[in-house]
Design a protein around this ligand. Structure first.
Ligand code: COA
Length: 95
């Protein structure tokens, strides 16, 4: 159905969603379920926030993240191999 990769670091309470993708044949909404599963795992490990990067033109991904409570806090020029900029987003988990 899809996959997601989250980085956890020993000295950080901030998790990082490194990559997430829904399989083309999987139904819409799987991305949201995957994201929630990642957040639940992060909370279980004691993390207080999740950060991620997304292409500025990846409207679908951005809509998913922002509707799930992620806020933009930075823009990085030339982040991707083709020179496209990235937006950095963060969600602080509510206790
Ligand atoms: C990004 C991704 C994981 C999202 O998963 P998903 O299962 O498609 O997520 P959803 O179906 O919940 O869609 C997310 C939102 O985008 C909206 N959306 C659908 N088609 C859209 C389009 N063409 N443009 C903009 N938004 C769109 C949906 O309506 C939904 O918003 P809503 O819940 O407020 O209605 C998935 O699209 C994907 O695998 N993309 C390719 C890989 C990728 O870009 N990964 C992210 C890297 S940062």
């Amino acid at each position: 159905m899809g996959y997601a990769l989250v980085e956890f670091r020993r000295n950080s309470r901030c998790a990082r969603l490194f990559s997430i993708a829904r399989a083309p044949e999987a139904p819409a909404g799987v991305g949201r379920s995957l994201l929630e599963a990642c957040e639940n795992e992060a909370v279980k490990r004691g993390c207080t926030a999740m950060r991620l990067e997304a292409r500025e033109d990846n409207f679908r991904a951005l809509r998913l993240y922002e509707s799930a409570g992620y806020a933009r806090f930075a823009r990085v020029d030339g982040y991707y191999e083709d020179g496209a900029p990235a937006l950095r987003l963060e969600k602080i988990f509510k206790r």
